[in-house]
Design a binder for this molecule. Structure first.
Ligand SMILES: [Zn+2]
Ligand SMILES: [Zn+2]
Length: 102
């Protein structure tokens, strides 16, 4: 099951489960859209992959008990700000490759 992490790993802004600003990589590294675009250049600092919008888990029990009430968001904050200069040199050779070709 996808971990709905509570904040952006870089700037620590709150990303509640219904946020439309949450972005994740395939490993569920979680950042806000502002950091993905302005700091990370759509390159995950942990794996080099791209980001997609994090799906919103339904808040109501529409079907089969698959909803936030049964599977709540994570409350474990993972705040590991990136070293911006270091990330820029890491991302420089990757950012121009589309995520699907990395
Ligand atoms: Zn952020
Ligand atoms: Zn990643």
């Amino acid at each position: 099951m996808l971990q709905l992490r509570p904040t952006c790993e870089h700037c620590n802004v709150a990303l509640p489960p219904d946020s439309t600003k949450a972005r994740i990589c395939s490993y569920e590294c979680t950042f806000c859209v502002d950091c993905v675009e302005s700091v990370l250049s759509n390159v995950c600092p942990n794996c080099g992959g791209g980001f997609e919008r994090r799906p919103v888990r339904p808040s109501k029990n529409w079907k089969g008990n698959n909803f936030l009430g049964a599977d709540p968001a994570s409350t474990v904050v993972k705040h590991r700000p990136v070293d911006v200069a270091q990330h820029q040199s890491f991302a420089a050779s990757i950012a121009n490759i589309p995520p699907e070709a990395r």
